[in-house]
Structures are given as structure tokens and as C-alpha cells.
Write a protein that binds this ligand. Structure first.
Ligand SMILES: C[S@@+](CC[C@H](N)C(=O)[O-])C[C@H]1O[C@@H](n2cnc3c(N)ncnc32)[C@H](O)[C@@H]1O
Length: 262
């Protein structure tokens, strides 16, 4: 496609997309009703021009200062945040701009993809996301085979979003090619989340406890933290056997047990 990439900086997890098919799948269509687009880690403006073409307000957050010069003509110098996306001040950004429905797009740097996803799900104004992951991580968020696949990332994301597979990206879709396969997922915020955001921290602690030792029996794991009485009452109320392994729980059971534990 003739895109000329600067030298990739490995410490920033840089692998630039070089596949028109994958780029198109990530950047289209514009989700209905969004009033702004935020791209994390735009690098040398690979996805960015396709997103800017929608003529919505567009902002980018990029750590590597070498790219500012390439991004400025695409999004405007004032719309570039040259910083770590993990430290981005969403509160200040939203107070200033008052957007109600943001589409967040990113070919995420693999080392920060999970903490970033967990932070985005806490920002209700982010209504749509299209995010690239290492395939193993994407499979934890949205397993192809849902049997015995329950885990904390899946439950956390599903509590706020409808999830869908968008496209696989083999190593050859990038320059330089990473050592792993990648997968892009689409997220659409549920109008009524299964867990209100005010409870999301407790839900996350509960999931970390229940899925910290996925292959052990659930009753034993919970008892260590909750004590015998609370564990027995909660499991009975949710009609779940203490002998079950956490990974075999259905999503409905995960929600029921959380509700029963409170
Ligand atoms: C995998 S590359 C993707 C580049 C481009 N968007 C593409 O699709 O080809 C990840 C980009 O994220 C940037 N980056 C890495 N860690 C970051 C962080 N914590 N916050 C913001 N940007 C980061 C890197 O400098 C790099 O440009």
C-alpha cells in the first residue's frame, strides 16, 4: 500500500498495520450516533486518516513524539495528546468537550491492552470501541468456544458491552510482524449494563477472587475470603454447587452469585 513507516520503537510496542483489508474492517462503518472519535496509539497515522474522513471531532493519544508531525495535518495539532493513554485525564477531557457518545479505536500496544480496556469500560461516554488484541487476550474477552471459558475479563467486558468479533490479523498484516496472531473486537455499550458502574469495583474484586484459581472448586476459593457462612448462603441463594469450578460457571450464574453475595 506504499505506506512508509518510521523505525518501530520496540519499547512502545510498535507494529504498524499494513493490510488494507484489516484497516478497513477496523475503521468502518462509523457506529451510529457517535459524536467524537478518540484513537489511542495512532503511530504514523495509519488508521487515523480513515477515521478523520468521517468529519467528526477526532482526538489522538500517542506517547511517541516522533509522530506528532505526521498526525497534526490529519487531526489538528490541538487534538493530539502526547502522553501515556493509561494516564489520560478523561474527566477533564469530558468536562471540556461534553461528548456523549465516543467511538474509541485502537491498534493497542499489547503490553497495556488489558489495563486500558478495564479503564475504558468505566467511562460511560465511551459507547463504542474497536480494539486490536493479541489473539490469546481477545479469546479471553470473547471466547470462540464459550464452554468452560468463563473468566474475569469476559465477565467484566460483558457486564458493560455487547461484544463481537471483527477481524483476525496475522503477523504478516503488520510491519514489523509481531510474533503472535492478533484479533480485533467490537464493543457496543449496553443501554442497561448488567452491573451498574457504581458497583464495578466490587464486581471486579469478586471476579478476581472467583477466577484467581479457576481450576479449584468454587466453594473452597470463596470460603477463604468470605468465610464459611457467607459462602454457603450465597451459593445456596444462587443455586450453585460449591463443587463447581469457576471456569464452568455460566455468565448468568456469575451475575447471580455476585448479587447473592451482597
Ligand atoms: C501497535 S502500534 C499501532 C500503530 C498504528 N495505530 C497502526 O495501527 O499501525 C501501537 C502504538 O501505540 C503507541 N503507544 C504505546 N504505548 C502507548 C501508551 N501507553 N499510550 C499511548 N500510546 C502508546 C505506540 O507508540 C504506537 O504508535
Amino acid at each position: 500500500m506504499g505506506h512508509r513507516f518510521p523505525m518501530a520503537n520496540k519499547s512502545f510496542g510498535q507494529h504498524f498495520l499494513n493490510s488494507p483489508t484489516v484497516i478497513k474492517k477496523i475503521t468502518s462503518p462509523l457506529p451510529e450516533g457517535v459524536d467524537a472519535i478518540v484513537e489511542i496509539g495512532p503511530g504514523p497515522a495509519v488508521l487515523t486518516p480513515h477515521l478523520a474522513a468521517y468529519k467528526k471531532p477526532i482526538f489522538v493519544i500517542e506517547m511517541d513524539e516522533r509522530f506528532v508531525e505526521l498526525l497534526a495535518p490529519v487531526v489538528g495539532a490541538d487534538n493530539i495528546f502526547r502522553q501515556d493513554a493509561l494516564l489520560f485525564d478523561w474527566k477533564a477531557f469530558l468536562e471540556k468537550h461534553n461528548f456523549k457518545s465516543i467511538w474509541l479505536v485502537s491498534n493497542l500496544p499489547y503490553n497495556v491492552s488489558v489495563p486500558l480496556t478495564l479503564s475504558f469500560l468505566r467511562i460511560p461516554e465511551i459507547t463504542h470501541m474497536t480494539l486490536m488484541y493479541q489473539k490469546e487476550v481477545a479469546q479471553k474477552i470473547l471466547p470462540n468456544d464459550p464452554r468452560n471459558a468463563m473468566g474475569s475479563l469476559h465477565a467484566m467486558c460483558l457486564s458493560q458491552f455487547e461484544l463481537q468479533h471483527v477481524v483476525y490479523a496475522p503477523p504478516g498484516a503488520f510491519v514489523p510482524p509481531p510474533k503472535v496472531d492478533s484479533q480485533v473486537l467490537g464493543f457496543k455499550r449496553k443501554a442497561n449494563p448488567d452491573i451498574p458502574l457504581s458497583d464495578i469495583d466490587s464486581f471486579e474484586s469478586y471476579l478476581r477472587l472467583a477466577f484467581g484459581q479457576r481450576r479449584k472448586q468454587l466453594g473452597g476459593i470463596l470460603k477463604n475470603d468470605w468465610g464459611a457462612e457467607k459462602t454457603q448462603t450465597a451459593l445456596e441463594k444462587a443455586q450453585i454447587s460449591p463443587q463447581i469450578r469457576a471456569e464452568a460457571l455460566s455468565y448468568a450464574e456469575v451475575l447471580k452469585l455476585f448479587a447473592s453475595s451482597r
